[in-house]
Ligand binder design. Structure first.
Ligand code: ADP
Ligand code: MG
Length: 652
């Protein structure tokens, strides 16, 4: 073994520098963070050859006193930390006193700076960390640092540099994060002379998002504001349907510092549970603010990770803020105890009290009468994120735009389909075949205000009480076709819509589900393993409306099933449930798996014939914005605007 010796300082410095300065983007990060800490209101960054040629960072911050300039480049030299206790309450981006030392150790640096109170500024040049003389200079207020020939003295590192374009892209990404985390600072970024980012620095996050991430992303966002337990959460999240194929658009800040955090990602994604498809991820720009003493930022050399003292409080604050934002926007939300009682909604009762099959049978035995018309509740088909004009940055949006609908505030009269009693006790009437869609009567349920252009047949069912949309029919026994008052055509997937209704109702679990006793209890053979699994989970099955007992030999005796489950489907459903119980690890996962199964099993199927009332209730929930996605995150409705149709027909 060679003799043990302490490393020469310049070798030790090079090793230490390697931890902080990995690539040009790390230099940009450290220098811009210094500018932010210096209280700048404008920061400009310029790169040549991906930063390998030149990196220039200028700010209009507080500047450095000429006498302190060489000190700033020593290792562990900082103005941001004095005592060990200070480490527990760091409010600046930098604190390690390593960046300038590390950067200057592996490049040629020139710094020019002037404090506001000084008449003349100073300039200092360093090469491989060795400073020259500090000279007087007529510098503007603030600091400008030039870094040239990065890694010129560390060939090993130089070899690992990617293409200039890749380095520039990495620095660009970093600039985005820095700009987003400080909307009050105007950031400018130039690559080989071309400006690729310029934020206004007007203090508004939406302006920064618009400038940094582009118009398309900005318009897919919903505002978030919430918090509790000393944690505040604000920013934007993507609408569920605008979710993306990766997590690259998840941007989190903690006390103004961009960080990567599995905890925050998990809290965000938990908020979207059951609203987005598998393999899709929400995007966000979320700022989490908490007391500096409640977060440890000194856990990573590049300071991109933090540790929270109260992880649960942070998780909860983000999760609930996301949930609230999605709920306010109008998408479906998992029920909370505070959720409005579904029983107050007459349409909820319709599905609660009726299984589809019975309904269908009763409906078929009724005389064909024109369905009643009713004014609809206010609708909100256009609850998109904030609207953006081409030129202007987005404006923050408090309330989603609501269209005034004539008569929308009128009381909600009972509808045939909404009143369980009247449906459950059908008047004795001669069965009429084809009752759902009698040939002579178009199935126009609530009608939109009549217009000049309408054909005579469309007047059939209109009266003074008019809804702002109507059902034009059903196609392929799967899709409800609607026309809305603003001239849009909607296709609604009836199974997906009904599945969502069922899911929300079951999830809310405000009252035990309706059950039906089987005339003769059914013995379902499942095999020993699956049978045992079901028997182990009897309370859970009870919760969903199944009453089962052990029948021996791997069979289960079923006495009662949920009212909306087709009796012929019981065995298959229990088999499916056993499969899900097998893969569900926690009780919550098992309950959720059952929710999905039962919501799906109780829903009308594509291909089944549906009555007009059934379709109307579903269409109504879509039109009112109550449901948007099936529990798997697939859209429930597709909307075609008049303009889109006209374009297809080359009319526009
Ligand atoms: P740290 O940021 O961790 O304190 P640095 O090596 O990045 O360490 O910087 C050392 C010191 O130099 C800082 O503490 C700060 O006082 C000063 N400094 C660096 N950059 C600037 C700047 N752009 N404007 C004003 N002061 C600066
Ligand atoms: Mg620093």
């Amino acid at each position: 073994m060679p003799q043990i010796q302490q490393l020469a300082p310049h070798v030790a410095d090079l090793i230490a520098a390697g931890e902080v300065v990995e690539r040009p983007a790390s230099v940009v990060k450290e220098l811009v963070e210094n500018a932010v800490d210096a209280g700048a209101s404008a920061v400009a960054v310029e790169l040549r050859r991906g930063g390998m040629g030149l990196i220039r960072v200028s700010d209009n911050g507080c500047g450095i006193a000429a006498a302190e300039l060489p000190t700033a480049f020593l290792r562990h030299a900082t103005s941001k930390l004095r005592e060990p206790e200070d480490l527990g309450k760091i409010g600046t981006l930098g604190f390690r006193g390593e960046a300038l030392a590390a950067i200057s150790a592996v490049s040629r640096v020139e710094i020019q700076t002037r404090r506001r109170e000084d008449r003349v500024g100073a300039v200092l040049r360093l090469e491989g960390g060795i400073p020259g003389e500090t000279e007087e200079s007529g510098a503007p207020e603030g600091t400008t640092i030039l870094v040239r020939d990065l890694f010129y003295n560390t060939p090993a590192r130089l070899k690992f540099m990617k293409k200039d374009s890749a380095e520039a892209a990495a620095a660009g990404g970093l600039m985005q994060h820095l700009a987003l985390s400080h909307p009050d600072i105007s950031f400018k970024f130039l690559k080989d002379g071309a400006e690729t980012l310029h934020t206004p620095g007007d203090g508004r996050l939406d302006s920064a998002v618009y400038a940094a991430l582009g118009r398309d992303f900005a318009r897919s966002l919903l505002p978030v504001r919430g918090g509790g337990d000393g944690v505040s959460v604000s920013g934007f999240i993507t609408q569920p349907l605008q979710c993306r194929g990766s997590r690259s658009m998840q941007v989190f800040f903690v006390n103004g510092r961009f960080i990567k955090s599995q905890l925050l990602t998990a809290a965000l994604e938990e908020g979207y549970r059951n609203q987005i498809m598998k393999g899709r991820f929400p995007g966000c720009v979320l700022a989490v603010t908490l007391p500096v003493t409640a977060v440890d930022v000194n856990v990573h050399p590049a300071k991109t990770q933090v540790k929270f003292a109260q992880e649960k409080a942070v998780f909860d604050a983000v999760y609930h803020a996301v949930l609230d934002s999605l709920a306010e926007w109008g998408g479906p939300i998992p029920a909370s105890p505070a959720a409005p009682k579904a029983a107050g909604n007459p349409q909820g009762d319709f599905f609660r009290s009726m299984d589809v099959k019975t309904y269908r049978e009763q409906e078929a035995s009724k005389p064909a009468a024109p369905p009643p018309k009713a004014p609809r509740p206010a609708w909100n088909t256009e609850r998109a994120g904030f609207r953006l004009s081409d030129s202007a940055p987005p404006l923050s949006r408090k309330q989603p735009p609501e269209r005034p609908v004539p008569g929308s505030r009128a009381p909600f009269p009972p509808l045939r389909g909404d009143a369980p009693d009247s449906v459950l006790k059908p008047e004795p009437a001669p069965p009429v075949t084809q009752a759902a869609f009698p040939a002579a009567e178009p199935p126009f349920v609530p009608a939109i205000p009549r217009r000049e252009t309408e054909l005579p047949g469309q007047e059939a069912l209109e009266s003074a009480e008019e809804a702002p949309w109507r059902i034009a029919g059903e196609v392929l026994r799967t899709y409800i076709v609607c026309e809305s008052g603003d001239g849009c055509v909607w296709l609604i997937d009836k199974h997906a819509a009904h599945e969502r209704v069922n899911f929300d109702r079951l999830n809310a679990a405000l009252e035990p589900p309706m059950r039906q006793a089987l005339l003769t209890p059914a013995a379902v053979e499942l095999g020993r393993e699956d049978g045992a699994l079901l028997l182990e989970n009897l309370p859970l099955l009870e919760e969903f409306g199944f009453s089962c007992e052990d029948f021996g030999g791997g069979a289960v005796l079923v006495r009662e099933v949920p009212a909306d489950l087709d009796a012929g489907d019981v065995a298959a459903t229990l088999e499916e449930i056993a499969g899900k119980l097998r893969s569900g690890r926690s009780p919550a996962q098992r309950r959720e798996a059952l929710l999905h199964t039962m919501a799906c099993k109780a829903a009308v199927k594509a291909g089944w014939k549906s009555g007009p009332e059934e379709l109307r209730v579903l269409a109504d929930k879509v039109q009112s914005g109550e449901i948007r996605y099936c529990p798997h995150g697939r859209p429930v409705a597709v909307k075609l605007t008049k303009y889109e149709l006209e374009k297809m027909f080359k009319r526009a």
